[in-house]
Write a protein that binds this ligand. Structure first.
Ligand code: NAP
Length: 482
């Protein structure tokens, strides 16, 4: 049975928020999966006070000891991966297979982060190159943890994104207060339990479940917290940037990720990759394929191939082996996606496939003839629907990839090296994939968006860097040579 109390500085306790407990329900069949506590203002304050002490303890712990504890946490996350996957699929609605894939990555993310926490190198400064400065001074940089990190995570990858925040934050020597999405608290609590059971000292890790608006605002604006690491929508990211004050921010936000298909592309490969990249996790992925921009010379061939691939998807019970596309996170979200498909059709696009809704399930949809400047292309869909647009030439196709406010990830299918180079140079996105879709991530790579898709990078090395601060130290000797 998954824990349902709050974690305050390493101790499990009930929340003091209104109602104090809440049912966590499956979006597929509404069964109660578990319960979680609701944190109130007192709990937030208690977590921050515990973290003030925990940050001092953890910062004073040698890196090799932190490394050992994180390696134990990684082993526990591996041992418990199947149990965590069951919880994840039940509370989130993604297929059990997807949940198993996600939960199985926990151990390696934690290990990669643990290693990076042992690599806090500085640099020596050639101060004597400064005119007038002699050899009597020695300068170097020292890296240290920022102190307390508030980690705020979304529902769509409740294990992966929790690991990508708490593992590097802890590896770097910080205390962490995690606020997971209200719809998926149980996965976060199960992962936190791995760290607690691995032997984290008191005060170092807290998990506050409950309403994001209240807990999030308290954490983001608290000046004892030195860094907010947020993954979620661009709207909430903008709000956090307004209330945060002077502190470090990482904002991993929304997207409308493009794929360009040029005439020389491997069309079957492109169609199969889009049929995966647009519908994985029921399209609720920040790097999900949303816009496919196809050169008009291959538009018909590509659409035929894509229709055949997407028609193979099966929706239904997330725990059934034959289900390839699970539910959305809620019926409300499914209704929003369904309505945006209908609106696109009203605006002149054609529904090629799918689009019907039943409860929290939306049938995988292909919408063609989408105006690249319409809401369906410009706003994040975050559901199992792909917009296809044709472009008269390569230059226009590449230009259209850049036409939204977002810039998280982008892909192109082509064997033309000049077009690929132009794409990687001209498209403003945090990741560029040549001959694959934007939906691809290796956990060790730097990962983060440009433009309205965010600020900063995740991935163990980048996150440890962003969760530490550099001090410049100068040792002043007596002048001994002019
Ligand atoms: P969301 O509504 O923005 O919520 C994200 C988190 O923020 C949740 O824990 C939420 O808590 C909390 N929150 C709500 N109000 C807050 C406030 N005022 N201050 C601080 N935190 C607050 O996002 P979502 O619907 O869970 O996730 C989908 C979004 O995440 C999409 O836009 C997707 O593109 C984005 N995303 C981006 C990346 C990336 O790497 N760029 C990765 C995954 C997802 P409650 O759940 O309690 O409301």
């Amino acid at each position: 049975m998954v824990r349902h109390e709050l974690l305050i500085g390493g101790r499990w306790q009930r929340g003091s928020g209104p109602g104090a407990m809440r049912d966590v329900v499956s979006p597929y069949d509404h069964r109660v999966v578990g319960q979680c506590s609701i944190a109130g203002a007192d709990d937030v304050n208690a977590a921050v006070e515990a973290a003030v002490v925990g940050a001092e303890t953890w910062r004073a712990t040698p890196a090799h000891e932190r490394f050992s504890i994180l390696m134990r946490a990684a082993d526990l996350a591996d041992e418990r991966a199947e149990e965590i996957a069951q919880t994840l699929s039940a509370e989130n609605g993604k297929t059990l297979k997807e949940a198993q894939g996600e939960a199985s990555r926990s151990g390696s993310i934690i290990r990669l982060a643990a290693f990076e926490g042992t690599q806090l190198y500085g640099e020596s400064l050639p101060l004597d190159a400064n005119p007038g400065t002699g050899l009597d001074k020695v300068g170097f940089t020292l890296r240290q943890p920022v102190g307390i990190v508030a980690a705020i995570t979304p529902f769509n990858y409740p294990a992966l994104l929790v690991n990508h925040k708490i593992a590097p934050a802890l590896a770097a020597g910080n205390a962490v207060i995690l606020k997971p999405a209200s719809t998926t608290p149980l996965t976060a609590l199960a992962l936190a339990e791995c760290f607690v059971d691995a032997g984290l000292p008191e005060g170092v890790l807290s998990v506050l479940t409950g309403p994001g608006g209240e807990i999030g605002d308290r954490l983001s604006s608290d000046q004892r917290i030195r860094k907010v690491s947020f993954t979620g929508s661009t709207a909430i990211g903008r709000h956090i940037a307004e209330v945060a004050g002077v502190k470090k921010l990482s904002l991993e936000l929304g997207s409308s990720a493009p794929v360009v298909v040029l005439p020389d592309a491997d069309i079957p490969l492109a169609a199969a990759a889009v049929a995966a990249g647009g519908y994985t996790n029921a399209g609720q992925v920040c790097i999900s394929v949303q816009r496919v921009i196809v050169h008009e010379a291959v538009h018909g061939d590509f659409l035929d191939a894509l229709r055949a691939e997407v028609a193979q998807h099966r929706t239904g019970d997330p725990s059934a082996a034959e289900t390839t596309v699970g539910t959305l996170i809620s019926e409300r979200e499914a209704t929003r996606v369904h309505e945006s498909i209908l609106r696109a059709v009203e605006d002149g696009a054609s529904l090629e496939l799918g689009g019907d809704r039943s409860g929290a399930i939306v049938e995988p949809a292909i919408v063609s003839g989408v105006d690249p400047h319409s809401r369906f292309a410009q706003e994040e869909i975050f559901g199992p629907a792909v917009a296809v647009t044709d472009a008269p030439d390569t230059a226009t196709a590449i230009a259209l990839a850049n036409t939204t406010e977002y810039g998280l990830s982008a892909g192109i299918f082509t064997n033309d090296i000049d077009a690929a180079i132009r794409y990687m140079r001209d498209v403003d996105a945090g990741s560029i994939h040549i001959n694959w879709t934007p939906l691809w991530r290796a956990d060790l790579m730097p990962y983060g968006g440009l433009k309205a898709s965010g600020i900063g990078k995740e991935g163990p090395r980048a996150a440890v860097e962003e969760m530490t601060e550099a001090k410049t130290v100068v040792l002043h000797g007596r002048p001994w040579r002019s």
